[in-house]
Write a protein that binds this ligand. Structure first.
Ligand code: GYE
Length: 329
């Protein structure tokens, strides 16, 4: 079906046009995918972007890619531009969970399927999007807490290994307020710890997934609080910033303070190998190929699963870390 397409001047679009030699997959040839990315806040995000761009080029899909620079209003503008341009498919990473109903109604009226990627949205009318591809962030929070249970609780007796009788004092560095990773990682962590009285979250604040804010928060925390036993950080960027702050004060990360971190970027795996982080929970950013596969199905008017989670692992100080493949981010 030939659609008359017109270019929207308000949107600066970087077109990832396909080199003819890579145009292998006939069923994706000619598909136009509008993709709204949230920004470049972490190594994880940059890998996610590369994965989408490289997979689009390899799949024969013309990609209209828009970086929202951490602003939801920019994402909404981009989606409206994709609608005006009459793309075949819209895919986007919702920076926060709420506030998408109106623009998704407009996409539905324009008969353009929408794929939610990486982060989830909070919406009543599930007909407003075709499906979600991302990671199980509730499980990531649960796995983080399960590591702590193994670290501090005797599996036979359920008793705390520490005879001190004092609770294990936890500081949480949260992701972007209102984002599904921050909400779900916090919930999953608390769900598991709820079964044990000896853990206490003494401080929780958002570092917005930024290394710089992780550093700032940790500097303040180390000034204000004492007897911190554990740092639970929602992403490696904030963790690495916090580790910088600890080292500046002669605190040994991974020894004086136990550290749990989510993403599994290379720098965090390297810190795990050095004993500076104790548990790294993987969150897989390499979603590009699956996004293209799902976009091709949608462009062919085929249905897709409502929820698809990427495969992921948990790496702890007790594991053989020699076989971990280079992370690529
Ligand atoms: O953990 C973080 C990125 O949305 C799951 O966003 C993603 C998170 C990831 O900035 O590093």
């Amino acid at each position: 079906m030939e659609k008359s397409r017109f270019f929207c001047l308000i949107l600066t679009i970087s077109l990832c046009l396909l080199p003819s030699c890579a145009r292998k997959n006939v069923e994706t040839k000619g598909i136009i995918l509008g993709f709204s990315q949230i920004g470049a806040e972490s190594a994880w995000r940059n890998c996610n972007t590369r994965s989408v761009q490289e997979a689009a080029a390899g799949a024969g899909i013309q990609l209209l890619f828009f970086n929202a620079e951490q602003k939801q209003e920019n994402q909404i503008k981009a989606i409206r531009s994709f609608i005006a341009y009459q793309v075949d498919i819209i895919a986007f990473v919702p920076i926060v969970s709420d506030g998408w109903e109106n623009v998704l109604e407009e996409a539905k009226e324009a008969n353009i399927p929408v794929l939610i990627c990486d982060r989830e949205i909070n919406i009543q009318d599930e007909s407003l999007y075709a499906g979600y591809l991302g990671t199980n962030m509730l499980a990531q929070g649960r796995s983080s807490a399960e590591y702590l249970i193994k670290k501090f609780v005797n599996p036979e007796t359920g008793q705390f290994l520490e005879e001190s009788g004092k609770p294990v004092r936890i500081v949480e560095l949260r992701g972007t307020e209102g984002s599904s990773p921050a909400i779900m990682r916090a919930k999953g962590f608390r769900d598991i710890l709820a079964g044990y009285s000896g853990f206490e979250i003494i401080y929780s604040e958002s570092g917005d997934f930024l290394r710089s804010k992780g550093y700032e928060l940790m500097c303040n925390i180390l000034e204000e609080l004492d007897e911190i036993d554990v740092i639970y950080s929602h992403n490696d960027g904030m963790t690495l910033g916090a580790i910088d702050a600890m080292k500046e004060r002669g605190i040994k990360p991974g020894e004086d303070i136990i550290i749990i971190s989510i993403d599994a970027e290379q720098a965090a795996i390297d810190a795990l190998k050095r004993g500076e982080i104790n548990c790294v929970v993987e969150c897989n950013p390499k979603q590009g190929p699956d996004i293209m596969r799902l976009s091709a199905l949608l462009a062919g008017n085929e249905s897709i699963p409502r929820v698809i989670f990427m495969e992921e692992e948990v790496f702890t100080e007790w594991d053989d870390l020699s076989g971990i493949a280079p992370r690529g981010y």
